[in-house]
Design a protein around this ligand. Structure first.
Ligand SMILES: [Zn+2]
Length: 537
């Protein structure tokens, strides 16, 4: 409003005053009016984009198309501008976004998803839009790629910024433009990771006052975030889930052009690329109401935009996004200390309590974030989504509340996954073997074996290879009618061996999978073989 009346570039102070005046006016009339920065979406099917120059033109986008509204038209929304607001070109019709890849050197496989992200960055006003993470080594033009991508929906005079040093700077950055790019991030400390997550989701940061020291406001900043990095390392899972990744490729020396050449080529196609993006926004808005996602990933609003875009254009951005999310989860699992300990230690199905897991996993030398035995279940619950995405099966088995047993966990690594049916089958075979051992012990006890050697006779015969016994007092010999059961025992033993081999586990491991041995070691624990009815002669 200030600008419309004065047709002058507002200083930051004037702007702040203008905003205060607007806020005051709004409060006076008991009808608070929200001020929008660049983009407003007053209803699901109507988007307004402030061109941001003196003409005061605004782009109105609906499922029916996009049009340029004159600044004098009555708009249902009010925009504010800041010191860094730069004008969008008046979009031109009939362009396409293919020209973009001349400036942003992404492999063809990444391009569709980045287009989807641009569409989402335009539509998702007041809703979480994932951060764009552009990775690439020296010579990939990360900074200018980020600048150009963001300038398609929110050009600013401060297109990229240095990574913030503290949470205040992060909030300030977000208060001045819709899109914010942090350039050359080299590390991602926890506070920054959390701050960026809040930035994406729009969670309020209560105790920060932005413009005044005495007036504590609830500061809520939500915008479209981007960052570039040569190697950011592994991100915290929460943030990684809120990112879309682009791996920039090195531009060969013979294809490199000067910034001046690039800028002039960019300016020639800028307006038509913005128009092409708006065309895609229109197509997406048409499909958005009919999109229903059964299985919603974390960034559900974004996934819906991709699904709608795919519907409209036949692209496959949603499945690419899902696949990228899966591989991010695998990366996290391969780097987080706790997850590494789990994946290195547990190679097969494992069942046990949090305390047992604590004893099993080797504590790293730098164990500041290592959970205590009591914290193990909580930690498992937090990392379970990451493990599941990497193919693990994680189940929490709550005990019967009447017992005092603690809850147990079942962890099954990917690929080695042994199904419950497989386990039931091998467990049954083992019970047959146990039964067979008992039958042999009974036979030997009834035919001259002593209490101390009967078990050895039985186990040996059951495995198919009877022993010659030298135990004093033992008169057990081999009887010809045992040849047939011996064949059966051999077959049974080899069946158990085959089943175990197929699952890739050993007999000893089997106890670990099924929790407990169905029979105590024959002849050694309290659960000994029932004494034979017939007394030995
Ligand atoms: Zn014997």
């Amino acid at each position: 409003m200030y600008r419309r009346r004065t047709a002058r570039t507002a200083s930051q102070n004037a702007l702040t005053e203008a905003m205060s005046a607007l806020e005051y006016e709004a409060e006076e009339s008991f009808e608070p009016i929200k001020l929008h920065l660049r983009t407003a979406r007053p209803s699901d099917d109507e988007i307004f984009i402030d061109i941001g120059d003196r003409s005061e033109q605004v782009i109105r986008v609906t499922a029916a198309g996009w049009e340029i509204l004159d600044g004098d038209d009555d708009l249902p929304v009010l925009f504010r501008r800041t010191a860094v607001t730069a004008p969008l070109p008046v979009p031109a019709r009939g362009g396409n976004l293919d020209a973009l890849w001349e400036f942003v050197n992404l492999p063809a496989s990444d391009r569709g998803l980045i287009i989807g992200w641009l569409v989402a960055a335009t539509i998702l006003v007041g809703l979480p839009c994932p951060a764009l993470a552009l990775l690439g080594e020296q010579g990939t033009a990360k900074t200018s790629s980020a600048r150009r991508l963001f300038s398609l929906f929110d050009p600013t005079t401060a297109p990229v910024r240095r990574p913030p040093n503290d949470a205040d700077r992060l909030l300030h950055a977000g208060a001045h433009s819709r899109g914010v790019v942090f350039d050359n991030m080299s590390s991602m400390p926890r506070w920054l990771s959390d701050g960026l997550c809040r930035f994406v989701t729009g969670e309020a940061d209560v105790d920060r006052a932005l413009y005044t020291d005495d007036d504590v406001r609830i500061m809520q900043v939500q915008g479209v975030l981007g960052f570039t990095s040569i190697d950011i390392g592994v991100l915290n899972g929460d943030l990684a889930e809120r990112c879309v990744w682009g791996d920039l490729e090195v531009i060969p020396a013979d294809r490199r052009r000067s910034e001046r050449e690039l800028n002039s080529a960019w300016n020639a196609s800028y307006a038509s690329m913005v128009g092409a993006l708006l065309d895609l926004v229109v197509l997406t808005l048409q499909q958005l109401p009919v999109v229903k996602l059964g299985n919603k990933p974390r960034m559900a609003d974004f996934a819906e935009i991709l699904a709608a875009l795919d519907h409209a254009t036949g692209s496959d951005t949603l499945s690419r996004y899902r696949r990228a999310q899966d591989s991010v989860a695998e990366d996290i699992v391969s780097t987080d200390q706790f997850l590494v300990a789990i994946t290195e230690t547990i190679k097969r199905r494992w069942t046990g309590t949090g305390k047992a897991l604590h004893e099993l996993l080797r504590r790293p030398s730098d164990d500041r974030y290592w959970p205590e035995p009591r914290g193990m279940s909580g930690k498992l619950r937090r990392v379970a989504p990451d493990l599941r995405k990497a193919g693990w099966q994680i189940d929490e088995i709550k005990p019967d509340p009447t017992t005092k047993r603690s809850k147990t966990w079942v962890l099954v690594p990917p690929d080695s996954a042994i199904s419950d049916a497989d386990l039931a089958s091998v467990k049954l075979t083992r019970e047959f073997v146990a039964e067979d051992v008992r039958a042999w012990i009974a036979r030997f006890m009834a035919n001259g074996a002593t209490a101390s050697c009967a078990t050895d006779h039985g186990s040996a015969a059951s495995s198919g290879f009877p022993i010659t016994c030298r135990t004093p007092g033992c008169t057990a010999g081999w009887r010809s009618e045992w040849d047939t059961p011996l064949q059966r025992s051999r077959a049974l033993t080899s069946r158990l061996a085959d089943e175990l081999t197929a699952l890739g586990i050993s007999v000893a491991d089997l106890d670990q999978y099924v929790g407990s041995d169905p029979f105590a070691p024959p002849g050694r624990g309290e659960e000994t073989v029932a004494p034979p009815k017939t007394e030995p002669r």
